[in-house]
Design a protein around this ligand. Structure first.
Ligand code: HEC
Length: 97
């Protein structure tokens, strides 16, 4: 029972006490993780990102959408490219949840 509760908590991205900052909100390891975390965490948790599985083109649109509609600070183009690569590598439809 306990294990199930833990698994659900993990699946939902419930942060362990104080663990949020060190584990980058549960974002998987990879080039661009730091930048993604730094830019995206200012408004919402990483869960909203981690639960998505989107094609590169859609991630591209999401990044514009965050800036145009949600008031995200535009990223310098090299950072944006890095973040887009990261998102595409980690959260495309063929990567299992
Ligand atoms: C300035 C604030 C802000 C920043 C910074 C921001 N977002 Fe968002 N984001 C929002 C808001 C507001 C929503 C809408 C939440 C809602 O009402 O569903 C949202 C929703 C989303 C969604 C969910 C879309 C859906 O279909 O429900 C994704 C994915 C997302 N953001 C990705 C990102 C990524 C990736 C970054 C970093 C590159 C980022 N956001 C940075 C404000 C922001």
């Amino acid at each position: 029972m306990m294990r199930v509760a833990m698994a659900i908590a993990l699946a939902l991205g419930a942060p362990g006490a104080g663990a949020q900052a060190e584990d980058f909100g549960g974002l998987p390891k990879g080039e661009g993780r730091v930048e993604t975390y730094a830019y995206c965490i200012t408004c919402h948790s990483t869960m909203i990102i981690r639960q998505q599985r989107l094609a590169r083109q859609v991630w591209d649109e999401v990044l514009d959408w965050m800036v145009d509609e949600k008031g995200m600070a535009p990223m310098p183009s090299e950072v944006r490219a890095k973040v887009l690569d990261y998102l595409t590598e980690q959260f495309v439809p063929d990567v299992p949840r």
